[in-house]
Design a protein around this ligand. Structure first.
Ligand SMILES: [Zn+2]
Length: 302
């Protein structure tokens, strides 16, 4: 009898735990940063599915059946855009058969629409393997961009789910205040990084560097998305002897070989930065991700 009662209680608590699945809104986020932002703004009003992890190369993702199933039930899709997901999102959208999240519909949200892109090529040279043909899509590494996208996303959440529009706006206000305070704190703390010369694996942190005044003086990839070649690395090494960079930076998802090779010969440290939320154990949300990125850079600069 006692055991039976226990089972009933367990079932009841399981049912309660399952309640968030009945949330008003199904959000499909292409990348962890937009999933984290949607969670900040929607709280319990949304069930947020994140399609990729910080340890994957988001330029190259397979449109797996699990992703298609998640896209099929989504009310709102939140992605980066600027062709970052061009290799997999169009397939996913087509196969989802979900009209709500198609391009041009309210359920389709591209973060890069709301910020100014940098590194826009003067001509399209995608044929040579450049994965940034529309400009640099990695806008999430500047917290001011996150703030702009947050404004637009809260607005969009309210359009897709008008019943909770005021909740999204008040959560936005709360988030924006905390984010703005944190942004000032990061900028102050990162002051010693201003003017520091770095070599980077991929152009993944250009917005972060712009914001903090870090100078990227070379890239291990000859072109964004093109694997480092020995010839290119040798050139970089010669440049390093003339005009040294202080550290070499790669994202947690980048293959470590080229940066280790370079750092060993140049006698400079390698800094592995979490590319987004979940890129390492410390980066649990947007705030702790920025804390961790800046701390790692400061540590290598000491
Ligand atoms: Zn890229």
């Amino acid at each position: 009898m006692r055991k039976h009662l226990f089972r009933l209680t367990l079932l009841a608590s399981l049912a309660a735990a399952a309640l968030p699945a009945l949330a008003a809104l199904d959000v499909f986020a292409c990348e962890p940063e937009w999933g984290a932002l949607a969670t900040e703004l929607a709280g319990d009003n949304a069930d947020v599915y994140v399609a990729t992890t910080a340890l994957q190369d988001v330029h190259h993702i397979q449109a797996r059946p699990s992703l298609i199933a998640a896209a099929r039930r989504a009310d709102l899709l939140v992605c980066t855009g600027a062709e970052l997901e061009v290799g997999w999102l169009p397939v996913l959208l087509r196969q989802s058969g979900n009209n709500r999240i198609q391009r041009g519909h309210p359920g389709y949200f591209e973060a890069t629409r709301y910020v100014r892109l940098i590194e826009i090529p003067s001509r399209l040279d995608r044929a040579q393997g450049d994965v940034h043909p529309m400009g640099n899509p990695h806008i999430h590494t500047d917290p001011r961009n996150i703030a702009r996208v947050a404004d637009a996303l809260a607005q969009r959440l309210g359009e897709v789910d008008p019943g909770h529009a005021s909740t999204y706006q008040s959560r936005l206000q709360d988030f924006s205040q905390r984010w703005s305070r944190a942004t000032s704190r990061w900028k102050r703390g990162a002051a010693p990084l201003h003017g520091v010369r770095v070599i980077e694996h991929h152009k993944g942190f250009s917005y972060l560097f712009d914001w903090l005044g870090i100078r990227a003086v070379g890239f291990l990839e000859p072109k964004p998305g093109v694997e480092p070649t020995t010839g290119h690395l040798a050139e970089l090494l010669a440049q390093q002897r003339r005009n040294p960079a202080k550290m070499v930076i790669r994202a947690s998802y980048n293959n470590p070989r080229a940066s280790e090779w370079f750092a060993e010969r140049a006698h400079i440290p390698v800094v592995v930065l979490p590319f987004t939320v979940g890129g390492d154990s410390a980066s649990k949300d947007l705030f702790s991700w920025y804390d961790d990125m800046i701390e790692r850079l400061l540590e290598a600069n000491r």
